[in-house]
Design a protein around this ligand. Structure first.
Ligand code: C5P
Length: 221
């Protein structure tokens, strides 16, 4: 039996990496496993929420009862997240979105023989999904509560507090990057306008439940 602390709530979660095409067979991605976001999706569903999980390419099964929307690029993820955010009460951004994408993805496979030189990649910045959704009227008026994640390698307190303000969100969850990627456990620090609070090392499933309890206490109304 799980306490139904999210009964009647619609929760949107982004998870996993994005994949940014170079050509039809190549691309750029990162090592996010998606495990933390998937654990939160499962915990939210078990707590009574209607969950939409917008996921980049990962090797994880869909949590039972969760509506999963598969995407590849940051721009695809933004479009899917914006659509679901229109009806959501809570948005938790765990995705490791690529900061940049190749400026001009080739329509055909780039051939090794076609040129005497190596290809030069030019990048453009991707949209910030969390900051974009946090700036919408529903988020700004408190109807949609937005939570971000930050993986830092050092100076967590300083960087995470600054990031929370920069993104315009009420709650940011920090973790130390190298200690979380691909693992089944993690440790989290929650940053809000009151300061910060640590959730000590535990399984991602347990931390997901604890995090949702912390979020529910902060929901307006
Ligand atoms: O700035 P940084 O990438 O460290 O911010 C991390 C937080 O912002 C995460 O919650 C991540 O899902 C979100 N994010 C996003 N879109 C981006 C970059 C980050 O939603 N383009």
């Amino acid at each position: 039996f799980t306490p139904q602390i999210l009964a009647g709530k619609r929760v949107l979660i982004t998870a996993g990496p994005t994949f940014e095409a170079i050509d039809p067979v190549r691309g750029i991605t990162n090592r996010s496993s998606g495990k933390m976001g998937y654990a939160i999706a499962q915990a939210a569903q078990q707590a009574g929420a209607e969950v939409t999980l917008v996921s980049g390419p990962v090797a994880l099964p869909t949590p039972r009862g969760v509506q999963r929307v598969d995407v590849q690029s940051a721009r695809d993820m933004l479009a899917a997240a914006e659509a679901a955010a229109q009806h959501a009460d809570l948005f938790i951004a765990t995705a490791a979105v690529a900061d940049w994408r190749p400026a001009n993805a080739a329509a055909q496979k780039i051939k090794k023989q076609a040129s005497a030189t190596t290809p030069q990649l030019e990048f453009v910045e991707n949209p910030d999904i969390l900051a974009t959704i946090a700036a919408t009227p529903r988020a700004r008026s408190g109807q949609l509560y937005c939570v971000g994640f930050a993986a830092e390698s050092d100076n967590l307190v300083e960087y995470a507090s600054a990031k929370r303000k920069r993104k315009g969100i009420p709650l940011l969850v920090g973790n130390i990057g190298p200690n979380t990627f691909g693992r089944d456990d993690n440790e989290l620090t929650l940053f809000d306008d009151q300061g910060h609070k640590r959730l000590p090392r535990a399984s991602k499933a347990e931390l997901a439940r604890q995090l949702l309890r912390e979020i529910v206490q902060r929901l307006p109304g």
